[in-house]
Write a protein that binds this ligand. Structure first.
Ligand code: ADP
Ligand code: MG
Length: 620
């Protein structure tokens, strides 16, 4: 049978494993044991689902077998096993979570550091083995064997491996004098590695060990062979909090949730009484690669007394906290609980309710005490929180409002709504915001000039959900939100207002002429006092701002949405003073230019860019 080639992306990772002169070589064992444990979980779970009760949890095990003479280390599990085609697809193409992230972020990075920090999976075997042979037998399928010596591909053949499960034989590398691989044949060393990396694995990891003891009633010694269980099998979350190190929490997180980064926060919650449960929750640093796709599954792992009964229990986590990874273990849950029942389970919703409060408290703690970390976190997940505010007609807005950060024009950094309000001058009655596509555009928005001049801060909104979220919030600490583009900014004193009315009255004939010239391209033409340096700007109306219009237009069928706004003119601008003297034709040209300018500054496309360009040239 001819050799098959590894897929390109797998090959890259594989090469890295084979060639790494790498000090964390020992993690190969953790990876293989963790796969074995996953496989047993799968088999156990399937048996439970099908109501097959003959399965006893105690019969599952993972076995290590070092053989110095043959220079092999064998790892056996009685998990779900793999069919020939699964061997091929699972081990021939490793483009799973870990690899994906790896490809994305570390294309050219040094290998040394990366590998230790992230789960490399099955291929880690090639860090210590020159040949890897995987015998596997899945229930109802023929057994098969996968074998590879690294770069030049692999083979898959039928074989007669009898037990259900998988047996992996590593033929260790031999580097002569240096002898850096033989340590993985030493029982005490393996024992130590299991303790270090895989202690909490729930299934027993066993190894036969030899021990010499005195023969009974004689002075002679005999060698006894014993089966020893190497791991304590206490899941991390069941250990005492003060016995767990930060590194152990992080290690567990990386293993269980396939992330290569450390979490930003870890929450270990133990509750006794009416509602007994343990929860271990993590806030990740970065979204998983599939976070914004349909493939992403939110939810927490659910355990009943240490046995996993569901991978992604959505009922435990509201959608706005979908970035939280973790698990819940409760002794009171039934093993055979169905999806259907879960949805109505009072206990579960009580747990979910508690958890969301703890998560909120942790977010706010982070925001208070580790601001930089929080800002980075918010960059990654803030959008989800803002959606949470806006979603369901604002049902959760009060719960979530303090988690939000918006960019402050004055402070030049992200601030909370509370920080905004606390810094407001006495006379300020509203929370002002300006929206646009980029921070730079928003900061330079002509509409913001007047508000800024008053000494008021402006929240700069650059994400499509931002303005929707603020509109749903309506106000914060009784200060209503107001867009700097709002038709009625209400910044003036009585005197100023009267002055403005007078000028509007005087300008009426001119504004009428301009409106006629522009026809149905505008809703209205009026004077404004919100501008300082700019001659004109565009504003929407109460119902829809320019920014909201942009968001809606980007949606399916949105292109048909008619674009019609109000053109506001700055009466103090030199251009404005020239307008009354122009004849109708000239005035039309000027008006169209002003409208085009305002449209561009608002970040909207021009209807007829060629005409605009010609008009500018004519004037020049
Ligand atoms: P991951 O564990 O992150 O999915 P790995 O590279 O460790 O990635 O393993 C790749 C896949 O190979 C696993 O997802 C699993 O389907 C399969 N696999 C690996 N080891 C075993 C095993 N001992 N028993 C059954 N399937 C296994
Ligand atoms: Mg794995």
């Amino acid at each position: 049978m001819s050799k098959k080639q590894f897929k390109t992306e797998s090959k890259k990772l594989l090469d890295l494993m084979i060639n790494s002169i790498y000090t964390h070589r020992e993690i190969f064992l953790r990876e293989l044991i963790s796969n074995a444990s996953d496989a047993i979980d799968k088999r156990y779970y399937a048996a439970m689902q099908s109501g097959e009760t003959g399965m006893d949890k105690e019969q599952f095990e993972i076995r290590l077998e070092p053989d110095k003479a043959a220079r092999t280390l064998t790892i056996t599990d009685n998990g779900c096993g793999m069919s020939a085609s699964e061997l091929e697809s699972n081990l021939g193409t490793i483009a799973k979570s870990g690899t994906q992230a790896f490809r994305g972020e570390h294309e050219n990075a040094e290998d040394i550091d990366i590998i230790g920090r992230f789960g490399v999976g099955f291929y880690a075997a090639f860090m210590v083995a020159k040949k890897v042979t995987v015998y596997s037998h899945k229930e109802g399928e023929d057994a098969a064997v996968w074998e590879s010596e690294g770069q030049d591909g692999y083979t898959v053949k039928p074989c007669d491996y009898k037990p259900i499960g998988t047996k992996i034989v590593l033929t260790l590398k031999d580097d002569g004098e240096e002898d850096r691989y033989s340590e993985f044949l030493e029982p005490y060393r393996l024992q130590m590695l299991v303790k270090k990396y895989s202690d909490y694995i729930r299934y027993p990891i066993r190894m036969q060990t030899e021990r010499s003891r005195k023969k009974e009633g004689s002075d002679e010694y005999e060698t006894v062979v014993e089966d020893q269980t190497l791991n304590s099998r206490v899941p991390l979350w069941r250990k005492n909090k003060n016995e767990i190190t930060k590194e152990e929490y992080a290690q567990f997180y990386r293993d269980a949730f396939h992330d290569y980064e450390e979490p930003v926060s870890t929450l270990h919650i133990n509750t006794e009484g009416m509602l007994s449960y343990t929860a271990l929750l993590y806030l990740p640093k970065n979204p998983p690669f599939d976070f914004n796709t349909k493939e992403f599954k939110r939810g927490l792992k659910l355990y009943a007394n240490g046995v996993m009964i569901m991978e992604h229990c959505e009922e435990l986590l509201p959608e706005y906290f979908n970035f939280v990874r973790g698990l819940v273990d409760s002794p009171d849950l039934s093993l055979n609980i169905s999806r259907e029942m879960l949805q109505h389970d009072r206990q579960l919703s009580a747990i979910a309710n508690n958890l969301k409060k703890k998560i909120l408290a942790e977010l706010l703690r982070l925001q208070r005490e580790e601001r930089e970390q929080y800002e980075a976190f918010f960059k990654a997940f803030g959008r989800t929180l803002k959606f949470g505010v806006y979603d369901q007609f604002g049902a959760n807005k009060d719960f979530l409002k303090d988690t939000l950060l918006f960019y402050s024009r004055k402070e030049d950094k992200p601030i909370t709504l509370k920080e905004y309000v606390d810094a407001m001058p006495e006379a300020q009655t509203h929370i002002y915001y300006a929206a646009g596509d980029t921070l730079n555009q928003v900061k330079k928005l002509p509409q913001a000039e007047r508000v800024a001049e008053k000494g008021y801060d402006i929240l700069c909104l650059t994400e499509d959900v931002d303005e929707f979220a603020l509109r749903v919030l309506e106000s914060y600490q009784e200060k209503p939100f107001r867009s700097v583009s709002d038709p009625d900014l209400d910044l003036n004193t009585e005197e100023e207002k009267q002055e403005m009315e007078k000028r509007a009255e005087e300008a009426k004939p001119l504004l009428e002429r301009i409106k006629t010239a522009l026809g149905d391209k505008v809703q209205d033409v009026r004077l404004t006092d919100r501008l300082r340096n700019a001659a004109a700007c565009l504003t929407g109306d109460e119902g829809m701002s320019v920014e909201m219009y942009k968001v809606l237009r980007a949606m399916p069928n949105g292109a048909e949405l008619p674009m019609k706004f109000t053109l506001e003119l700055n009466p103090d601008h030199p251009v404005f003073a020239k307008l009354p003297a122009l004849d109708d034709e000239r005035l039309k040209e000027y008006a169209e230019l002003l409208l085009a300018q305002a449209t561009l500054v608002a970040g909207l496309p021009l209807d007829d860019p060629a005409a605009f360009s010609e008009a500018v040239c004519r004037l020049m």
